[in-house]
Ligand binder design. Structure first.
Ligand code: HEC
Length: 174
C-alpha cells in the first residue's frame, strides 16, 4: 500500500516534470532566447564589435531555429528592420503598427490566432549597451560592418529607453 503510494507519487512527479519541460511557457522561451542572444553578443564583443555583428548574423537565426519546434515558432521583429529576414508575421506586424501609432501601451500580451494557435508578444527596449550598434553615433568600423552585412539597415538612430521591437512566440495549442 505504502509502496504503491510512493510509486504513484513518483510517477505523477515525473509526469509533471516531463510536461512542464516539454511545454515551456512563451515567457520562458523568450527568456531562453534572450539569454542565448546576450551570451553570443558578449562573446562576440570580446573579439571586437565587428566580430560581434558577424556572430549576431549567424547565431540569432540559429538560436531561434533551435528553440522552434513543430508546435512553436519564435522570433524578433520591429518596424525598423536590420535583417529583412526578421520581417514580422502578419499578426505581429498588426500589433507593431498599433504600438507605433495608437496609444503606446507596450506590454506583453497574449493573442488568440486562427487554427488553434496562440500568439505571445513581449516588447524590447533599447538599453545603453545596445547603442554601440543601434544608436545615433556609430563608430566607423561598426558602421562599415553593418553596411557590409545589412545594406538596408534601418535599425540605428535609437536612444536609451526607446521602444525597439518585440519578441514573439506562436504556439499550437491543440
Ligand atoms: C554588436 C552590435 C549589436 C549590439 C551591441 C546589439 N545589436 Fe541588435 N542587432 C545587431 C545585428 C547585427 C542584428 C541583426 C541580427 C540578424 O541578422 O538577425 C541585430 C538585430 C536586432 C533585433 C532584430 C530585429 C532586426 O532589426 O533585425 C533586435 C530586436 C535587436 N537587435 C535589439 C537589440 C537590443 C535590445 C540590444 C541591446 C540589448 C542590441 N540589439 C544590441 C547588432 C547588435
Amino acid at each position: 500500500m505504502k509502496i504503491s503510494a510512493i510509486i504513484m507519487a513518483v510517477v505523477s512527479l515525473l509526469f509533471f516534470v516531463s510536461t512542464t519541460m516539454a511545454q515551456p511557457s512563451p515567457e520562458q522561451l523568450i527568456g531562453q532566447f534572450q539569454k542565448a542572444l546576450m551570451k553570443e553578443l558578449k562573446q562576440g564583443l570580446q573579439q571586437g564589435p565587428t566580430q560581434a555583428i558577424k556572430v549576431c548574423q549567424i547565431k540569432a537565426p540559429e538560436i531561434a531555429a533551435q528553440l522552434s519546434t513543430d508546435q512553436i515558432a519564435i522570433g524578433r521583429s520591429t518596424t525598423r528592420l536590420r535583417n529583412p529576414d526578421n520581417q514580422a508575421p502578419h499578426w505581429v506586424a498588426e500589433i507593431l503598427d498599433g504600438y507605433q501609432t495608437g496609444t503606446p501601451i507596450k506590454e506583453s500580451q497574449t493573442v488568440d490566432l486562427l487554427n488553434g494557435k496562440q500568439g505571445y508578444i513581449k516588447p524590447i527596449y533599447i538599453r545603453q549597451p545596445c547603442l554601440k550598434c543601434h544608436g545615433t553615433t556609430i563608430a566607423p568600423d561598426i558602421a562599415a560592418a553593418l553596411n557590409e552585412y545589412y545594406p538596408n539597415d534601418q535599425a540605428t538612430g535609437y536612444k536609451a529607453g526607446d521602444f525597439r521591437g518585440v519578441f514573439w512566440v506562436e504556439t499550437q495549442t491543440n
